[in-house]
Write a protein that binds this ligand. Structure first.
Ligand code: NAD
Ligand code: UD1
Length: 310
């Protein structure tokens, strides 16, 4: 890799800021484009001279072009990460979650930048897993605007690959968790909400019976994969699931959290959320054959890391 900066869109957010830290630790220069809707300056080492933060929107094509100028590669992570926010407001989330990707592709074509990492999602499979591990060839069934925008973004990236020689490394993240995942919205990641509420002794709401499952993946493990994808001489062709092929129900998650705190605040149940996926577990064969996987951080150890108990 050259000395030119890596552009990280969404770099002030949860996953993005961990990637920024890792790139800076490798001695690289990083430019972040983030509208700070969820991201925070305090997630970033603002005093590092190799870091530059541009505050603005990926839906602004001119700004994306300016942000990319002189960069060698892009990690495109900016998006409204909440599935439920997209159900409530499909028009505005489409600007971030799809138009932003198109702007990144166009700016890359104009400036001849080739390598892009893209944060797609397990949400593209909808309920097609039916409780089984989902491989990448499983038919796609996006149930929400969020999932539709991620799948459309994948297709556009593939078009720019075929037509303009872009090198997209597309990852379908399952459920990522760890420090800096912001629990402040009701639509934040479930682990961030449950741990914060348990810590503060506030009641916990489970949508549905709590038997829905997710494949939780610790953020530090993810960052190791993202770094490999940025540096690899060639990109892996096709999208790659990022999960451990391990299903944890919300009830099991609550039991783990209760174990760490020596008990739980009151837990109540409400109706399942519209478009909520019942079971989500990754077949990670392609991930294993394409990348050097770090040892899996077990859920309990990840929760300890998140709570600063490690
Ligand atoms: P996050 O909300 O912490 O990070 C997203 C960042 O993008 C935030 O800093 C936010 O301010 C920024 N952003 C949002 N809209 C923007 C816009 N229009 N212009 C510029 N910046 C904008 O969420 P995260 O969990 O770190 O998610 C990062 C990426 O990974 C997202 O694309 C998300 O869809 C994807 N993803 C996350 C998970 C997960 O479990 N966390 C799973 C699958 C995919
Ligand atoms: C998450 C990510 C999404 C990603 C997807 C990939 C976030 C906010 N969402 O969506 O970006 O694409 O994984 O798999 O990071 N729940 C409760 N109580 C709460 C909060 C949530 O019961 O207070 C339930 C939800 O209804 C859902 C489960 O917990 O059944 C997980 O919810 P959430 O963390 O929002 O994740 P996903 O919807 O899976």
């Amino acid at each position: 890799m050259s000395d030119a900066p890596v552009l990280v869109t969404g770099g002030a957010g949860f996953i993005g800021s961990h990637l920024v830290d890792a790139l800076l630790a490798q001695g690289r220069s990083v430019r972040v484009l983030d509208n700070l809707s969820m991201g925070k300056r305090s997630n970033l080492p603002m005093d590092n001279p190799r870091l530059q933060l541009l505050e603005g929107d990926v839906a602004d094509a001119a700004l994306v072009s300016e942000a990319l100028s002189g960069c060698q590669a892009v990690a495109h992570l900016a998006a409204v990460a909440s599935v439920q926010a997209s159900v409530d407001d499909p028009v505005s989330t489409h600007q971030s979650n799809f138009v932003g990707t198109l702007n990144v592709c166009e700016a890359m074509r104009e400036q001849g930048v080739k390598r892009v990492l893209f944060a797609s999602s397990a949400a593209v499979y909808g309920n097609n897993g039916e409780g089984q591990a989902i491989d990448e060839d499983t038919p796609k069934a996006p149930l929400t605007p969020y999932a539709a925008d991620k799948l459309a973004s994948e297709h556009y990236l593939d078009f720019y690959r075929r037509q303009h020689g872009l090198q997209p490394a597309v990852f379908r993240f399952f459920n990522i968790f760890g420090p800096r995942q912001d629990p402040s919205s009701p639509y934040s990641g479930v682990i961030s909400i449950f741990t914060q509420r348990a810590q503060q002794g506030l009641p916990i709401t489970v949508f549905g019976d709590g038997e829905q499952t997710r494949d939780f993946f610790y953020v530090a493990d993810l960052v190791e994969l993202l770094l490999q994808a940025l540096l690899a001489p060639q990109v892996v062709s096709g999208a790659v699931n990022v999960g451990w092929n391990q299903a944890t129900s919300l009830n099991q998650l609550l039991a783990e959290i209760g174990g760490l705190f020596g008990g739980l605040p009151p837990v109540s149940h409400q109706a399942p959320r519209p478009g909520d996926i019942r079971h989500s577990r990754a077949d990670n064969g392609r991930l294993r054959s394409s990348y050097r996987l770090p040892p899996a951080t077990p859920l309990r150890k990840g929760l300890q890391g998140l709570l600063g108990l490690d």
